[in-house]
Design a protein around this ligand. Sequence first.
Ligand code: GDP
Length: 420
Amino acid sequence: MSTITANGAAAPARKKLNGYVGFANLPNQVHRKSVRKGFNFTAMVVGESGLGKSTLINTLFNTRLYPRKEIPPPHAERPKTVAIESISADIDENGVRLRLTVVDTPGFGDFVNNDESWKPIVDNIESRFDAYLEQENRVNRAKLVDNRVHACLYFVQPTGHALRPIDIEFMRRLHQKVNLIPVIAKSDTLTDEEILSFKQRILADINHHQIQIFYAPIYDNEDEETIAENDEIVRKIPFAIVGSDTEVDTADGRRVRGRGYPWGVIEVDNEDHCDFVKLRQMLIRSHMEELKEHTHTTLYEKYRSEKLVGMGVTQDHSVFKEVNPAAKMAEERALHEAKLAKMENEMKLVFQQKVAEKEAKLKQSEEELYARHREMRDALEKQRLELEDKKRRLESGRPLTPEKQGYQQASKKKGGFLRN
Ligand code: GDP
């Protein structure tokens, strides 16, 4: 028997098996395959230098991914650029391999003028999206290398007040491109009460500016224990953390990762002392795959669709037509060539028009010259005829007509060449 679903399609009927078939082993097959392939994860850390970014990464993965830094002398120069560095390591735990990449943004926010210091960081995230998109568009895309940033730990200075404008600006620029995880750096410098009110203030600012930070999703079919665990993680956001990659002795004789103070020891792995354990739980133990999936299905997908629409690829009933980069380039080249040809034609027309105007002007002056020449020739011819007439009369002894006399006098006044 089959039932009809909301979209009208017949839902497959549930059948009971009469014996063991074996597909219950599917999760194990997936597990073995994943272990064989290994995993990869890329995290980004952002915040001023000295906030404990490298120490936290070392503490999280329990390894010296970052060599211990020399403590700079008090007046040493700060780094001058927001240079982004990426460091990778293969780590192994009980036979499971993880390729971990950490993208560090040393110097972020350190300068007097921090305008647009978020830009190289956004560019870095987008160029990683572009690299993935380029692989997807290849003919052979069997082995996609995923270098996209899966989580961004944003280090908030332990001021105890509120988020600074630069924190808000940065988060606003990034929240739709990366899973943002705000952490309160060096929280051992604040009291429990200060941490509590600081957290509330940070969350209020985040809500006010409609910044989306990463919250682990809760699924309907999740068991109660998982839901409760998830809930505890969510309640700790933003995580107040303490990092330390060295061990210290506690008053009761234990050796722990922590920071020693005259009044006692702050233990990194003690949930009563800080939220490090919960951050590690979310980032590594329970939600690493979730972070990767959200990066792929939501953040990257949004970037990808906006990029393709920007390139003129149309959306067809929510399914994008395949983009062919070669065809796209050919189309762009043809458009460019057509534009050049149009410009050349227009220049030719202007040139022809100018030449025609010049020719018309020359023709006009030529005609004027001819007309003047004709006038002068006629006048001279007239004079010649009159002179000949005069000569004939003088030779025959006849007097000049009154008209001719007037002409002679006028010529004399002008200083003309006619003489009696
Ligand atoms: P980065 O420049 O942000 O990578 O900072 P580092 O990890 O190099 O840390 C700078 C200094 O802060 C070092 O001396 C660390 O030992 C110290 N530090 C790191 N994490 C903490 C912390 O949680 N609390 C305190 N009090 N100091 C820390």
